[in-house]
Design a protein around this ligand. Structure first.
Ligand code: HEC
Ligand SMILES: [Cu+2]
Length: 372
C-alpha cells in the first residue's frame, strides 16, 4: 500500500491513552448495562403485543450506538486536549499525517457488518411475528384526511371520525390509506407507525394488551392544520367495546327522529364542538375564517353571509338541518353553480346524537349572539 508515503512513523498516542481507554470502556459498560436492563415501558407505556419486541430492537441499537458515541466523542476530546497546539509550536506546524491502516480498516468494516446483519436478522424475526395473526382478527380501516382520521368498522354502516375503539386481547388488522395527501398513523404506545399514502393500502397489525386511551398522531406534515390532526385510540374491555359498537350502530340507525330546536345546552355543545368540529371550523371568526369549512363565529349575524351555504336561514332549524344531512356543495346537476368549500359530513359521519345536534345548535347560536 501507499508506496509513495514515508515509512510509517511510530504513532504516539499520547500520555494517558490507555487509562483514558479503560475509563471510557468502564463508562460504556455501565451505560450498556443500564440500557440493557431498563424497561423502556417505564418511560413510554406499552399497550400492545409487539411493543416489547420492538423495544428489544431499540435497546440492541442503543447499546451499540452508545459504544460508538462514547469512544468517538471520548477520543475526540482526549486527542484535542493532548495534541492541542502549544505556544512553543512553529506557526506553520501541522500534526503527524497518519494514513493507511489496513488492520484498523478491516476492523471498522467487519464489526459494523456483523452488527448490521444481526440487526437485520432480529428485525425480520420481529416483523414476521407481527405479520402472523391468528384467531379472531378485528379487521378495520383508517383513512387520513386533511385534518382528521376516518375509521371504518365492518359492523358499522358509516364511518366514525377521530376516535377509534378496539377490544383488548383481540388481534387488530388496521388497513390504512389516505384520501388526499400523505398522513401517518402513529400510536406511540403501540410502537408501530405507518404512513397513510393516497392510493396505497398498508396494514398495521397489533394486539392491544392494556386498556386505556392513547393518542393517534399524524407525523407527516400534511398542511396548515397538521398539528391539530390527532385522534384517540381507546382500548376497551371486550364488553365495553361491544357496548360502544352497539351504541354507534344505534346512533347511525336513528336517522330520522326529531331534533329538539330549543333547550339545547350551549356549554355541552361547546365541548363537543372542540372535539368534533374544531378540526374543520373556526369558532372565532366569520364566514371567511376558513379552516376546511367556513368560520362559524358569526353564523347567524353576518350581513355579508345572510344564508347558510345550503340556502337555508341560519336559525335553529337551518343549522340543525345541515348538521343532520351534511352538505356537499350546490347541486351542479340541477344547474346551480356556486363555490363549494368541500364537504360538510352528515350526522352519522360526525357520530352525532339528536341531543348533540340540539346542543351544538344552541352553542353556534350563542356565538352569534355574543358577536353581533
Ligand atoms: C371534515 C370537515 C368538517 C367537519 C368535521 C365539520 N364540518 Fe361543518 N362544514 C364543512 C364544510 C367544508 C362546510 C361548507 C360546505 C360548503 O360550503 O359546501 C361546512 C359547513 C358547515 C355549516 C354551514 C356554515 C355556513 O356558513 O353556512 C355549519 C353550521 C357547520 N358546518 C357546522 C359544523 C358542526 C357543528 C360540526 C361538528 C359536529 C361540523 N360542522 C363538522 C366541513 C366540516
Ligand atoms: Cu396528517
Amino acid at each position: 500500500m501507499a508506496q509513495h508515503t514515508a515509512p510509517q512513523q511510530k504513532v504516539d498516542l499520547g500520555p494517558g491513552f490507555w487509562p483514558v481507554t479503560i475509563g471510557l470502556s468502564i463508562f460504556n459498560l455501565i451505560a450498556s448495562y443500564f440500557i440493557a436492563t431498563t424497561d423502556l415501558a417505564t418511560y413510554l407505556p406499552a399497550a400492545a403485543a409487539p411493543a416489547g419486541e420492538i423495544d428489544g430492537l431499540i435497546k440492541f441499537m442503543a447499546v451499540f450506538g452508545n459504544a460508538i458515541f462514547v469512544y468517538v466523542t471520548g477520543f475526540i476530546i482526549y486527542f484535542a486536549i493532548v495534541w492541542r497546539r502549544r505556544a512553543s509550536d512553529a506557526p506553520d506546524s501541522i500534526g503527524i499525517q497518519v494514513h493507511d491502516s489496513p488492520k484498523l480498516e478491516i476492523w471498522w468494516t467487519a464489526v459494523p457488518l456483523v452488527l448490521m446483519i444481526a440487526l437485520g436478522v432480529l428485525s425480520v424475526k420481529v416483523w414476521a411475528n407481527l405479520q402472523s395473526q391468528s384467531g379472531d382478527v378485528l379487521t378495520m380501516e383508517s383513512i387520513g384526511h386533511q385534518f382528521k382520521y376516518e375509521f371504518r368498522y365492518p359492523k358499522l354502516k358509516n364511518s366514525i371520525y377521530d376516535e377509534m375503539h378496539v377490544p383488548v386481547g383481540t388481534p387488530v388488522a388496521l388497513h390504512v390509506t389516505s384520501a388526499d395527501v400523505i398522513h401517518s398513523f402513529w400510536v406511540p404506545q403501540i410502537r408501530v407507525k405507518y404512513d397513510m399514502v393516497p392510493g396505497l393500502v398498508q396494514t398495521i397489525r397489533f394486539t392491544p394488551n392494556k386498556t386505556g386511551t392513547y393518542p393517534v398522531i399524524c407525523t407527516e406534515f400534511c398542511g396548515t392544520n397538521h398539528s391539530n390532526m390527532a385522534a384517540k385510540m381507546v382500548i376497551d374491555t371486550p364488553r365495553d367495546f361491544n357496548t360502544w359498537l352497539t351504541k354507534q350502530a344505534q346512533i347511525q340507525a336513528s336517522g330520522g327522529g326529531p331534533v329538539a330546536l330549543t333547550g339545547g345546552n350551549a356549554a355541552t355543545g361547546a365541548t363537543l364542538f372542540s372535539a368534533k368540529c374544531a378540526s374543520c371550523h373556526n369558532a372565532n371568526g366569520g364566514y371567511e375564517a376558513k379552516i376546511v369549512g367556513p368560520g362559524l363565529g358569526k353564523l347567524a349575524s353576518d350581513p355579508t353571509h345572510p344564508m347558510l351555504v345550503t340556502g337555508e336561514k341560519p336559525d335553529a332549524a337551518g343549522i340543525s338541518h345541515i348538521l343532520i344531512n351534511g352538505y356537499q356543495g350546490p347541486d351542479k346537476s340541477q344547474g346551480k353553480e356556486g363555490p363549494s368549500a368541500g364537504a360538510m359530513p352528515n350526522k352519522a359521519a360526525n357520530a352525532l346524537s339528536n341531543t348533540d345536534i340540539s346542543n351544538l345548535t344552541a352553542y353556534l347560536l350563542s356565538l352569534s349572539a355574543k358577536k353581533s
